[in-house]
Design a protein around this ligand. Sequence first.
Ligand code: DGJ
Length: 729
Amino acid sequence: MILVSKEKHIFHLSCENFSYVLAVREGRLLNLYFGRPQPAEADLDYLIPSFYSNSSFEQLEQHLPLELPSAGTGWYGDPALQAIGPDGNNITSLKYQDYKILPHKESLEGLPSTQDPAAETLQIHMKDEYTGLSAVLSYTVIAGALARSMKLMNGGSAPLNLTHMASAALPLFGRDYEVIHLRGAWARERRLVRTPLGQGTYRVESQRGASGHEENPFIALVRPQTTEFSGDVYGLSLIYSGSFLAEAQVGDSDSLHLSIGLNPMTHRWLLGSGESFQTPEAVLVYSADGLNGMSHIYHVLYRDYLCRSPWAHRERPVLINNWEATYFDINESKILALGKKAAEIGVELLVMDDGWFGNRYDDHRALGDWYENPVKLPHGLKGLAEKVNKLGLKFGLWVEPEMISPDSDLYRAHPDWCLHAPNRPRTLGRNQLILDLSREDVQDFIIQMMKHILSSANISYIKWDMNRNMTESFSALLPPERQLETQHRYMLGLYRVLEEVTSAFPEVLFESCSGGGGRFDPGMLYYMPQTWTSDDTDAVERLKIQYSTSLVYPASAMGAHVSACPNHQVGRVTPFRMRADVAVGGNFGFELDLAKLPPEELATAKAYVTRLKQIRSLTARGSFSRLLSPYDKESVYGGNYAAWQFVSDDQLLLCYYRVLAEANPVTRRVFLTDLDPQAIYRLEKTEDLPKGLAAREFSGAALMQAGLPMVFDQPGDFNSRTLLFTKVR
Ligand code: DGJ
């Protein structure tokens, strides 16, 4: 709901989760409040700072709750907006002009964004009368969240150099906040970091030309007492797949500014007279119900209002991927042998990973040469896909279209098609260079190539990989004054390619990947409803990775595979059950040579696939909550346990894990959440129901308030259970 008080110049956006209140004073746009819902008629104008009228030294923008902190007139922090004008100064002083309420939410030109045709949008128009720079700030309340973006227009006669153009800034009050973000590295993605904020600036960023393994485009502020189940949370997430900056600036007064958007280090834009620039969309979530409360909002929003693929709402096929089974050493008969075994246990989709094209015998060559290697695939993709289909499986394929190997026919033909700076060495990453997707001819090449591949064989799934970050992110086609636009132009080019390819093949299931989860972000989810979560497939490591990824992303977005033992990344030996129980927490698949599994494990694998098919609508569409954190070393569980649940109208799946065995173990309880207290849930009898847990009925109230003992009846480390309950009344 959007309410406007014209005489007081106050805008009140609200829904059942929050109120967001803006006011205009002396041309400045102020943020008065973001938090628990306030009555529509609540008069919050007393929150407008009183020092507007006094002329003390402190009468500076620095102390105002500015919605758009900008450079040059008293805001001393990092600005959300800065434009260098024709006379060389950076004064960027936009004043309120007017507002508009649209009866819909507009798509952002060339950029992914959340969609809801029924949502209203408030647009606030600001302008700098000296340069002619104007901004339209858009606000849409959508599925319990607030979507924000900014469109800049140069109405002056001279070009303006945009150096800072954040998607959203948000002033908050009080200093007892902690910051949460998801930090990591390759194969260690999205580890949860929670730390108190002191005075100064806390930055969460990527300058890599990808959202990255190191940080996710997300930041949250919480109170020290906030838990998974209660307390304030303010989340900011950016729908973008390139370099970004999220920061919390704590000032010397009782104020704090959060912001998120393009990274000023890597993104500049020359805005010519009459031109416009659209920022990516930021999504703000407020929850009074702790971190799970925030996650529930992001999960529904990103699954139902962001992902556009028809697959967003479908059960995903159980897949097998050959990567960890064979690496580059593939050929038709190996793939078919894997497919045959997979079909026997009920797998539905076989994915052929890297190594099928050109001269690709290792990672030193052939990216760009997207035609079948005739020695490995004598019957081509078409012939292989037909044979795989005859086994009863759908056929999927790995590609890495944004890359080019120096040792490739494509590079020999087009050496200037990669990102590079003239007369400087081209830095390799994984022995490869990056195609310059800021160029339309390169975009067209990829679109044609992908359309050709997808039309050439019966391909049901694509894994779209991207295995290095940008260096020399410059383009042969841009003039010097626009070179720092290359990274953003690349993302716009990538989004154009993805738009064309995914909409031409809507029935194909696309999974994005970037050396595992190096581009696990909402921008990619718009086009591809699932992402390969991490190259680390070890079950214990995955507990943490999946747990914290779920802070923002729904389980239906996470690829999770059962892999071989000892694990290829960490060498750990875990029981099959633990590996499978962790993979149940995402889009379930296998990534190992099934022929090497002992017969009893193969039988267990088959049983898992059968069971998975019965519960996957729950994991795809149910409401997911975290119950026990593998990060929580301070709790009585010591971080040795993890648990989560999925709930739908008629089913409940509880998954719990114990990493290391304990001497004289205590039977600990797990307390469920978000159940109907009056409802009765029947624990289903399955073959592996642990001794001591009877298939019986429980009330929702008991499961939540009295808890359920976590029974493990296997000796040793790495124990787990997934228990299915049916809601009987
Ligand atoms: C990185 C991906 O994350 C892996 O799963 C695999 O596809 C390799 N690339 C192939 O090169």
